[in-house]
Design a protein around this ligand. Structure first.
Ligand SMILES: [Zn+2]
Length: 147
């Protein structure tokens, strides 16, 4: 099933900052503890452009005020024609970095898989597509051993 490539848009609060990710019919917020106060907050989701050569599809960063922000590299996501369910995984993966306050790719992959399973978004086909996408970038999936 192919969805239109109008990814990750919508729910605009400010021109470029949104508080949920939208991919086709999928729309979800990421909640994570503020890394300074520990209080649970909504993670900002931002589309960034003209960075197709950046080697990441998404990046989740700590902001000075303790918030988390996820930046999606839209041009690279489009350039590599990432399937919609792999984009959903990307959302869960980036959210896991914030939720777990961790830079570990293994932690992010494993928590993302677990959360996707819980939320009913993980099928065998989706798992395979994530694996194939990682292979395209020369990476093994998942990035570590998941319990
Ligand atoms: Zn990551």
């Amino acid at each position: 099933m192919r969805m239109p490539v109008s990814l990750l848009l919508l729910t605009l609060i400010f021109p470029s900052i949104v508080f949920s990710a939208t991919i086709g019919n999928f729309q979800q917020q990421c909640h994570a503890p503020n890394w300074i106060t520990g209080k649970t907050e909504i993670v900002e989701e931002v589309n960034v452009y003209q960075r197709a050569s950046d080697p990441v599809l998404g990046f989740t960063r700590r902001m000075p005020n303790g918030h988390w922000r996820t930046e999606y590299n839209v041009d690279r996501i489009r350039y590599f024609n990432i399937p919609p369910d792999v984009m959903v995984f990307l959302f869960y993966h980036e959210c896991a970095h914030a939720k777990m306050n961790s830079e570990s790719e293994a932690v992010a992959d494993c928590v993302a898989l677990s959360d996707m399973q819980t939320d009913g978004y993980l099928s065998d086909e989706t798992y395979k597509r994530i694996e194939v996408t990682y292979q395209r970038f020369g990476r093994t999936f998942p990035s570590g051993v998941c319990r």
